[in-house]
Design a protein around this ligand. Structure first.
Ligand code: NCD
Length: 318
């Protein structure tokens, strides 16, 4: 089974993945269980093929696989150091890697749709670790897992997404996942040129997930259960479904969208503040000490969710 889009997960599957992630957390925290776990998939190899920069996604897949006893290899800059630099197509490179018999191929690429292209030629499961401005499904899973851990549920939530939603593939994938649950409401906070793509809005509209759009933090943050912030993703391509594609100039960081003391005052006491990271300047460091800030825990959750995903895909349990 390939993991290409958050659209492929049902609430039942999420429940299974999250329970498995909880189980792996317990095992990793226990010295004896952790060492036993490291014998589970000896002889299997995960290929981590990254054509675009990454810290958390690549390393948490690496940690996850090694904690399960797998070997890990790959490249952190395939664009420069693989035959892509000589003009080889993605399809040809993936075909060859697949010949070596990896258990899983994790791929990140600058182009939207790259993971789907890889999946068409690979017999090993492809995990989409972010394709251009498209999707980042494993991030959406760890984000949903974080919401469930922090808020105790994935339904009846007011979820606010803010920042660069036009290119925020993590926000795109998570928004679609939230449409699977009853009673959620979404608020998108951005300038018009960085608005959420119309494809995602259409998708959630069809599934009955209500949303509104604003560029006003005061209305946007009031009543929020979850605040999901994103950075200006200048290096990403823009898809035609968003307003930015038509604008010539790269937008600058709008100072209104930097979360600081004032934004904290606008948020409910029991809200949580999430961010896929990297954070650049859109959340002031002073926010880190607020009890509502969960973004570092959120990143830590990624390893357990990825352990669960690798294990379940290899067992055919998904
Ligand atoms: C995100 C990504 O790569 O889409 N990072 C991540 O994987 N946690 C967000 C970003 O790059 O801003």
């Amino acid at each position: 089974m390939h993991i290409l889009s958050s659209e492929q997960f049902t609430p039942e599957m999420l429940g299974d993945i999250f329970n498995a992630a909880d189980e792996f957390r317990k095992q990793v925290e226990d010295d004896t269980a952790r060492r036993e776990l490291a014998g589970r998939y000896t002889g299997e190899i995960l290929a981590n093929i990254f054509y675009a920069p990454s810290t958390r996604t690549r390393l948490s897949f690496d940690f996850a696989a090694q904690r399960l006893g797998m070997g890990v290899l790959g490249t952190e800059d395939a664009e420069q150091f693989s035959s892509a630099a000589k003009g080889e197509t993605l399809e040809d490179s993936i075909r060859v890697i697949d010949e070596y018999g990896p258990a899983v191929i994790v791929i990140r690429h600058k182009q939207t749709g790259a993971a789907d292209r890889a999946a068409r030629v690979s017999s090993a499961p492809i995990f989409n670790a972010g394709d251009g401005s498209g999707e980042h499904p494993t991030q959406a899973l760890l984000d949903a897992y974080t919401i469930r851990r922090e808020k105790g549920r994935l339904d009846s939530l007011n979820v606010v997404f803010g920042g660069d939603l036009a290119r925020g593939r993590t926000a795109r994938s998570l928004t679609k996942l939230l449409a699977q649950f009853e009673g959620n409401r979404i608020t998108f906070i951005s300038t018009p040129e960085l608005a959420m793509g119309s494809d995602v809005k259409l998708y959630i509209e069809k599934r009955g997930l209500p949303f509104s759009e604003t560029d006003d933090l005061e209305t946007g943050l009031a009543g929020a259960d979850v605040i999901y912030w994103t950075r200006l993703q200048k290096e990403r391509p823009i898809d035609g479904s968003t307003g930015v594609a038509d604008s010539e100039e790269e937008p600058e960081q709008d100072p209104r969208f930097i979360l600081g003391r004032r934004a904290l005052e606008l948020m409910p006491e029991d809200a949580i503040i999430m961010h896929p990271l990297p954070r650049v300047n859109e959340i002031e460091p002073s926010v880190d000490n607020d009890k509502r800030a969960v973004y570092f825990r959120q990143a830590g959750n990624g390893m357990y969710v990825r352990m669960a995903l690798i294990d379940m895909v290899l067992r055919g349990a998904l």
